[in-house]
Design a protein around this ligand. Structure first.
Ligand code: AMP
Length: 144
């Protein structure tokens, strides 16, 4: 299973990005409204300069309190996020996410953002694949 197939199954909603200069309170609103846990930060809407997730906001809240809501995204984001391409496999992405302890991965082509996959998307795709393999094997054993 390739990242390309995972993106196709998700549908083409476009990728949400935020500017590095907006306030954390704005990002919190976007995450809540869109029911997502993280968003790619990009100054030009193409190159992924960073990524900011709910974890970064919770960490800042614990350290500085509610004043962090007026910090800029670029102060809290993780720079140079680990990205994948459409040709990576689901297993490669899962391994990178598990090793790096993060749940979001921007997908790039020629340095430009073309999508984002979450650990939930990848696990869902792998479960569907396993279920199809299981049905095919059962069919072979039962002689269908
Ligand atoms: P997450 O599990 O995705 O909510 O993120 C956990 C931490 O990893 C946060 O500090 C994120 O900014 C960071 N992070 C998320 N995705 C990536 C990525 N693809 N590459 C590097 N760091 C990331």
């Amino acid at each position: 299973m390739l990242v390309q197939q995972i993106l196709k199954a998700k549908g083409d909603d476009g990728v949400v990005t935020v500017q590095p200069g907006i306030e954390i309170s704005e990002v919190a609103k976007i995450l809540a409204e869109r029911r997502i846990g993280g968003v790619v930060v990009s100054a030009d809407g193409k190159a992924p300069d960073g990524i900011i997730s709910e974890r970064d906001i919770v960490r800042a809240l614990a350290v500085k309190g509610a004043v962090c809501m007026s910090d800029k995204v670029e102060d809290l984001m993780t720079r140079n996020p680990v990205c994948c391409t459409k040709d990576n496999t689901a297993d490669e992405v899962l391994t990178r996410m598990t090793d790096g302890r993060f749940r979001h991965m921007p997908v790039v082509a020629d340095g430009a953002l073309v999508g984002i996959v979450t650990i939930g998307d990848v696990v869902k795709a792998r479960l569907q694949e396993l279920s199809m393999e299981r049905n095919a094997l059962e069919g072979m054993i039962m002689g269908h």
